[in-house]
Design a protein around this ligand. Structure first.
Ligand code: NAD
Length: 447
């Protein structure tokens, strides 16, 4: 019987990808593209049906590619975990959100591990990909899997390899972004690394699962802290009557030792606003307070309040109170050119606007409906639908707030028809002749 190592070498490894979301579907497609027989497992039957019909719901996975893999028999999806008993390797790509108090919610990882446990086979490789705090693979996944009677690192292989996918990024994808891999034992690391190399990704092995887990959190904390830094300086620049965007553009001409980050309405998505808190939560177990993380979170969260303050100030300079004003929010996805609105700063901005009495509508070419509220910021849940970006809609708004700068929107047209624009992304910088009605975050208030 051939070993896992042999099967990796001749690409006869059968792979399962558990959780077919923004991370799992591109990974499953990448394995299928590399000629591995791949099965996606998801508890969401709608996603399973879509994959089997060759329909992609993730913009980074083109329909054509998915359909080709499904037709060739290299990719299928199911909600039945029994397939785990038939594969050689399984990758866990389930969500790792936090709760209302920003404590890690590992219930999805636990559920997936418990579903694998009764089907676990000797010689299998299990790789956790979900972003989480250092220790999760060994403290949560390993004990659950070992309840099967099989021992990790001896009877089966266990590793952690973080996902670094950047939705919407055309240059770096699941195929070419280097993968960091840390196994429970050197053999676990080698097998996971070899398999990922065969999938096509460059691999950087590290000495442990915990080093791999911390690597991902370092990357996301680095972003959170640097975004907080420019947000803080942008607020200062507003008071000093300096255009901070011009300052970042100037600083980035330095060819070494500087990397540009830009201010904005806050951070969103499934990574930057969440992952650092996984680390600060875990740090407390070690009598350690990760103050940079908490401070960055505080500064970045305050930006949504600042945006609402800018809207309120801009409106009052136009003789209009925020209460009763009609506000059109442009863009609710958490960043440009994607359809993912999870934890978007727009959510809090809209909740704060509503709780201060504004009437709010939104337009987002990628997000047809959006739900806010049902929390301490706005008790009532409010379902919203994207309105068309007509001249009438723009003109009827007392203020248009650009929260996400999708490239497909014509911002000159927006400014031309709007009465007042609050721009949190500097997307109107190139629009001239309307200075008196544009308020840019991080720039002097010209009104
Ligand atoms: N989205 C990103 O850009 C990104 C980037 C890097 C890392 N990550 C991390 O990757 C992980 C997954 O994120 P995502 O954005 O793909 O989430 P997602 O919500 O898009 O997808 C997760 C999928 O898992 C499925 N699922 C939940 N419980 C399951 C279970 N018990 N068994 C099988 N399927 C189950 C869900 O139905 C969903 O389809 C998270 O830890 C996230 O932090 C995300």
């Amino acid at each position: 019987m051939s070993t896992l190592q042999d099967k990796i070498a001749d690409r006869s490894v059968r792979v399962a990808v558990i959780g077919l979301g923004y991370v799992g579907l591109p990974l499953a497609a990448a394995f299928a593209k590399a000629d591995f027989c791949t099965t996606g497992i998801d508890v969401n039957h709608g996603k399973v049906d879509a994959v089997n019909a060759g329909h992609s719901y993730i913009p980074d996975v083109p329909d054509d590619d998915l359909a080709t893999h499904v037709r060739s028999g290299r990719l299928a999806a199911t909600s039945d975990y029994d397939v785990v008993g038939e594969v050689d390797a399984a990758f866990i790509c389930v969500p790792t959100p936090y709760d209302a108090q920003r404590a890690p919610d590992l219930s999805y990882i636990e559920a997936a591990s418990k579903s694998i446990r009764p089907r676990l086979q000797p010689g299998q490789l299990i790789v956790l990909q979900s972003t989480t705090y250092p220790g999760t693979t060994e403290e949560i996944v390993q004990p659950i899997l070992e309840e099967s009677g099989l021992k990790a690192g001896v009877d089966f292989h266990l590793a952690f390899s973080p996902e670094r996918i950047d939705p919407g990024n055309k240059q770096w994808s699941a195929y070419n972004t280097p993968k960091v891999v840390g196994g429970l034992t050197p053999a676990c690391t080698r097998l996971a690394a070899d398999l990922l190399r065969q999938m096509g990704a460059p691999v950087h092995p590290v000495s442990s699962t915990r080093a791999a887990e911390l690597t991902k959190l370092l990357e996301n904390t680095f972003r959170a802290v640097n975004i907080a830094l420019v947000n803080e300086l942008a607020l200062l620049a507003e008071r000093m009557d300096i255009d901070f965007w011009e300052v970042v553009d100037a600083a980035k001409t330095k060819p070494f030792g500087f990397m540009p980050f830009y201010p904005g309405p806050g951070v969103g998505g499934h990574c930057i606003p969440i992952d650092p808190y996984y680390l600060s939560w875990k740090a407390r177990e070690y009598d350690y307070y990760a103050e940079f993380i908490e401070l960055a979170g505080e500064v970045n969260q305050a930006m949504t309040y600042h945006v609402v303050d800018l809207v309120s100030r801009a409106l009052s300079l136009h003789g209009k109170p925020l209460s009763g004003a009609r506000v059109l929010v442009l863009g609710v996805a958490f960043k440009r050119d994607i359809d993912d609105a999870r934890n978007s700063p727009a959510e809090r901005v809209i909740e704060l606007l509503l709780s201060r009495g504004a009437q709010v509508a939104y337009h987002d070419p990628y997000v047809p409906s959006f739900r806010v509220g049902g929390n301490v910021f706005h008790r009532e849940p409010v379902p919203l639908e994207s309105v068309e970006l007509t001249e009438e809609e723009l003109a009827a708004a007392d203020c248009v707030v650009i929260v996400t700068d999708h490239r497909s929107v014509d911002y000159e047209r927006v400014v031309r028809h709007a009465k007042l624009v609050v721009d949190t992304r500097n997307t109107t910088a190139g629009v001239s002749g309307y200075g008196e009605k544009i308020v840019r975050l991080g720039a002097p208030l010209l009104l």
